[in-house]
Design a protein. Structure first.
Ligand SMILES: Nc1ncnc2c1ncn2[C@@H]1O[C@H](COP(=O)(O)OP(=O)(O)OP(=O)(O)O)[C@@H](O)[C@H]1O
Ligand SMILES: [Mg+2]
Length: 316
């Protein structure tokens, strides 16, 4: 394996007993990339990250992080990465500055450097004025930023963030992503899992996990091009179940899925199918029927990809 990638795996596999949690995952993440790691619950994201961070050992395959072998050189990896786990642990009964000092200690940040580094992180995380607040009293968004600050106290070259924005409001998510981009601009490689499509959209590249396997790996634009074979129509009309059944049965429609109050249908030819479907809804007496061609979103990509996997499982 070459040393130019921040992460490089080959057939990385992890079993728990008979259960295959991660199944021959091969991927590369370039240095400086913001890499989004997506997939349904239980698809193996956290297990992969825990192997890459040297916290659990692979059952098979190989992996390198920052040029170090995840099996043999996990200590070298741990010293160079930051990891914000899915259930990250801050000490609730410590003050903001005390949590930072604790992690500085854990990561071996020298005493001479510590005070300046903590001050820098407080500013970065926007926690100025809250240094003496008890961590337990911080809102979710502040806690998340403090957890990020703790994860980078030792200036890691690479950052693993496992669902860092779960459960925080949109404004806090936006602020958190600003911090991620700033780190990426400074050359830090970021490997981040998320269930939010707007966040995935802003990653340089995305890997999609399904059932322990990596089923897609590309840029957001590349995924849309390669996965969506045709065009996307947005369809309104009530009752939605009835509309969905009608649309799914129509010629040229390959996939129909709800996106909030609307349906998205993947069709072979938008200019041809949109008027046909409009007429179909009108003829069926659908209330508020409307059909419009839209650009595919990443959500369309994932619905399609996951749909293909489910079909594959059914036939396999
Ligand atoms: N220590 C363990 N022992 C047994 N099974 C485990 C263990 N850790 C994870 N698993 C199983 O492995 C599968 C993958 O789990 P993992 O946590 O990697 O998924 P995930 O993609 O991170 O999901 P989520 O989006 O819910 O965080 C799940 O079915 C999980 O139950
Ligand atoms: Mg997880």
């Amino acid at each position: 394996m070459s040393r130019s990638y921040a992460v490089e795996t080959s057939d990385l596999t992890r079993r728990f007993g008979d259960f295959l949690a991660v199944d021959r995952v091969t991927l590369q993440v370039e240095a400086g990339e913001v890499f989004g790691f997506l997939g349904p619950n239980g698809s193996g994201k956290t297990t992969t990250i825990r192997m890459l961070c040297g916290l659990i050992s692979p059952s098979g395959g190989r992996g390198q992080v920052l040029g170090f072998d995840i099996g043999r050189e996990s200590e070298a990896i741990k010293a160079r990465i930051g990891y914000m786990s899915q259930k990250f642990s801050l000490y609730p009964d410590l003050r903001v500055s005390e949590n930072l000092a604790f992690y500085a200690d854990v990561y071996g940040v020298g005493r001479s450097e510590r005070t300046a580094r903590i001050a820098e992180l407080v500013t970065m995380a926007g926690l100025t004025g809250r240094e003496r607040e008890l961590t337990a009293n911080l809102s979710g968004g502040w806690k998340q930023r403090l957890a990020l600050a703790c994860a980078i106290v030792h200036r890691p070259q690479m950052l693993f963030l496992d669902e860092p924005t779960g459960g925080v409001d949109p404004e806090a998510r936006r602020a958190f992503w600003e911090l991620i981009y700033n780190l990426a601009h400074q050359g830090v490689t970021v490997f981040v899992t998320t269930h939010y499509m707007d966040e995935a959209e802003h990653c340089n590249r995305i890997g999609l996990m399904y059932g322990g396997r990596l089923v897609a790996l590309d840029t957001p634009v590349g995924l849309k091009r390669s996965v969506i074979d045709g065009a996307v129509l947005e369809i309104e009309g009530m009752p939605q179940d009835h509309v969905r059944t009608l649309v799914a049965a129509h010629a040229g429609v390959s996939e129909v899925a709800p996106h909030g109050a609307r349906l998205h249908a993947i069709v072979d030819d938008a200019a041809l199918r949109a008027p046909q479907l409009t007429a179909l809804l009108t003829a069926a007496g659908i209330e508020g029927g409307r059909v419009e061609a839209i650009d595919p979103s990443l959500e369309d990509v994932f619905v399609t990809l996951v749909g293909q996997q489910v079909v594959g499982e059914g036939s396999g």
